[in-house]
Structure formats: C-alpha cells, structure tokens
Design a protein. Structure first.
Length: 143
C-alpha cells in the first residue's frame, strides 16, 4: 500500500480545491442574482429562496468532490499535490463513500482541525475521517 499523506500536503490540496470551489460558487451566484434583481441573497430580501440557494452551494461542494473522487480518486488540488483518496481495499470511492467522507471530513475540520492533526500521532497516519469511512489519502509517485 502506498504511503499515507501528511497533514501539510493535505491542507495544500484543500487550499487549491477551496479556491476552485469559491470560483465556481461565485459564477453560480452571478447566474442567480438576476432572479433576485441583483439583491443580496438573504432571507430578509429573498425569503425561502435563500435556503434553496444555500442547498445549491452545498450541492456544488458534494458534486465537486463526488465527481472527482468516484472517477479518479483525485480532485484538481489533489492532483497538483500528488494525492489520491482510496478505500481500504485500494478501490475508488463510491458516491456513498464520497458523501460519508465529505461529512466526516467536515467534522474533522470543524473540531479545530484536530481530526487532521490526528495524523501526527496515528500509527497509520490516518485522520479521523479516514478511520471512520475506511478510506485513506495516499501519495502518488512522481511520473
């Protein structure tokens, strides 16, 4: 099995992916604004549409990671940092695996990043969400 990726490399890939996701969300927001007459998308200005908008943004995040993880095991940020996410058996993730992993990774991150920093003390260099979802992020060898 390939070597598990470290914290800093994972955060580097996350930064790249976050920049891409913010750009996509900005484009989607720009496409939605004509429906709100250019008003900010707030509950006070657009009512329940704000909830649909937030759901759309969450859907974009889920679709982004799900698409890349189920097709190649790598997002664009992970490709740049030579990382790949796989199941314990080495197979690509399914959509169900991807959704579980994304939700669990949010827990690891929102706990002040402790779930990620756990890698430094884990014998297999796994984050909380790696263990919970039976997945791992591995290094991809240079070509």
């Amino acid at each position: 099995m390939a070597r598990s990726a470290g914290v800093l490399r994972r955060f580097g890939a996350m930064l790249y992916d976050a920049l891409l996701l913010v750009a996509v969300m900005m484009v989607v927001t720009a496409l939605v604004l004509p429906f709100t007459a250019g008003e900010a998308i707030l509950e006070e200005t657009v009512g329940a549409f704000e909830h649909a908008y937030r759901l759309l943004l969450v859907g974009i995040v889920v679709a982004f990671f799900g698409w890349f993880w189920t097709r190649r095991g790598q997002t664009l940020g992970m490709t740049a940092w030579r990382l790949k996410v796989v199941r314990e058996d080495g197979a690509l993730l399914t959509w169900a695996d991807s959704i579980k992993r994304l939700a669990a990774a949010c827990v690891s991150l929102f706990a002040f990043g402790l779930g990620y920093f756990w890698i430094w003390i884990d014998r297999d260099r796994l984050a909380w969400h790696d263990r919970w979802t039976r997945t791992r992020v591995v290094m991809v060898p240079k070509r």
